[in-house]
Design a protein around this ligand. Structure first.
Ligand code: ZN
Length: 440
């Protein structure tokens, strides 16, 4: 169960709700003015820096595309009746559609019309970022109307491509340590609420919370990027900093009313995954677990071989998993601010756990230390056969020196050794006194 609702929570729920309503209508994409407007609105919540990467910039194997602007689009029958209208829903247009103005028969138009395979009332979400093309997305009844039109249909897309830039937002929050946690969400989806607007707002309010927290241990790098190309651009511009990061979170699809879900990071044994499970258990919440998968969100970039950051996701109605995924039914009826604020509580708890981690580092990582020199070895050696399951002090000393890599919290090491963490403390104290391990 989550904690009882307070007045402060109610204020937050209302505040998130107001931002949901303001941000939902914007026709975001991988580039363009609505992305800037989204980030400018988020600046009311947190002091985001807005950065631009110019069109044509090479980012690893990719090139930042031209900026897309759309003013209007529609399909009209011979009587001037608009059967499909961008002004009614921005999902009607295939995102990144090229301009067109033409009278055409259904046969010519048909390859450019997309409908949802299952949901008759849904407008599906489609994009064509890197193939210059155009198209419309429609409900089943609109599709039938277009197909049955007796005369030619007037098709108009008023859009434009120009040299411009890709926009992203970032905020760096410094803690006592220079070591960073990466928090990331994507800002490229037009009018859908769970994917990805809920994640944008949760990330913003999580950042606001971090700014209020006193005496943070970790530093936090929080970024708002268009999915894939924006994450790649960010990795390219911040290569050396990101290579120092061990773990992070991709925050997306956090506002549905279904079960909580948790997608593990690429290394399923990484302590981030164990921490998240502990958080769910401490809050007594049911949740679904998803293994790491190469399909997904920007963990595909941040966990790629060159960066290998362990990125997990806590979701509520995870992308791919809910019926309304990538459709117009993923709207403000499906998502609400209360659900987002409940998921925010889970993320805040996780941050508290991350902040409370106690991590030790073996100060002499190159080969074993000479234990006898430090008065840690039994007086006589050589003939002793290690007792397989015994946990002698020597045994614990050796394991701690072997496992204290400066990354894993001591709770996880205790778990792996199947020892209560309190039973490790006397040995830890001894090793600390002899300056053989140090707390990070
Ligand atoms: Zn999506």
């Amino acid at each position: 169960m989550l904690q009882e609702t307070t007045n402060e929570d109610l204020d937050l729920v209302e505040e998130i709700d107001a931002y949901l309503k303001r941000l939902f209508p914007l026709c975001r994409s991988i580039t363009g003015e609505p992305n800037r407007e989204t980030l400018r609105i988020l600046q009311e919540i947190i002091p985001l820096t807005i950065n631009e990467v110019p069109t044509g910039t090479k980012v690893f194997d990719w090139i930042i595309p031209e900026e897309w602007r759309i003013d209007n689009a529609w399909i009209e029958d011979s009587k001037g009746r608009r059967i499909v209208d961008f002004q009614k829903n921005n999902l009607h247009i295939v995102n990144y559609s090229a301009p067109i103005e033409k009278l055409m028969d259904w046969e010519e138009l048909k390859p450019h019309i997309h409908k949802h395979p299952k949901l008759p009332h849904a407008i599906p979400y489609r994009t064509s970022y890197y193939e210059r093309d155009w198209g419309f997305c429609v409900t089943h009844s609109q599709y039938d109307e277009l197909a049955e039109a007796e005369k030619q249909l007037y098709v108009k897309i008023s859009s434009e491509f120009k040299r411009g830039s890709l926009t992203y937002g970032e905020i760096l929050i410094s803690g006592r340590s220079k070591r960073e946690i990466l928090l990331t969400c994507y800002i490229c989806h037009p009018s859908m609420a769970n994917d990805s607007l809920s994640g944008i707002l949760l990330t913003s309010f999580l950042a606001q919370n971090l700014l209020k927290m006193k005496d943070l241990h970790w530093s936090y790098r929080i970024i708002f990027v268009p999915e894939t190309i924006g994450a790649i651009a960010y990795c390219s511009a911040n290569e050396s900093a990101l290579k120092q990061i061990d773990m992070g979170l991709v925050i997306t699809t956090v506002g549905g009313s279904g079960l909580f879900g948790f997608k593990k990071s690429w290394n399923s044994n990484h302590h981030l995954n164990l921490l998240i499970e502990r958080v769910f258990k401490s809050l007594n919440l049911d949740y679904l677990t998803y293994p790491f998968d190469i399909h997904g969100s920007d963990e595909r970039q941040f966990s790629s071989l060159g960066f290998r950051i362990n990125m997990a996701t806590i979701s509520r109605d995870k992308y791919y998993e809910y019926d309304y995924y990538h459709t117009s039914l993923d709207d403000l009826e499906y998502v609400n601010s209360k659900n987002i604020s409940e998921t925010l509580d889970v993320y805040i708890k996780l941050i508290e756990y991350i902040e409370a981690m106690v991590i030790y580092e073996n100060k002499s990582p190159n080969c074993e230390i000479m234990l006898s020199k430090h008065n840690l070895y039994p007086k006589q050696g050589g003939a002793l056969i290690p007792e397989s399951k015994a946990r002698t002090e020597l045994d614990i000393i050796l394991w701690l020196l072997f496992l204290c890599d400066g990354k894993r919290p001591i709770e996880n090491i205790a778990e792996e050794l199947n020892i209560n963490v309190y039973d490790l403390n006397p040995v830890i104290d001894k090793l600390k006194q002899k300056s053989l391990i140090g707390e990070i």
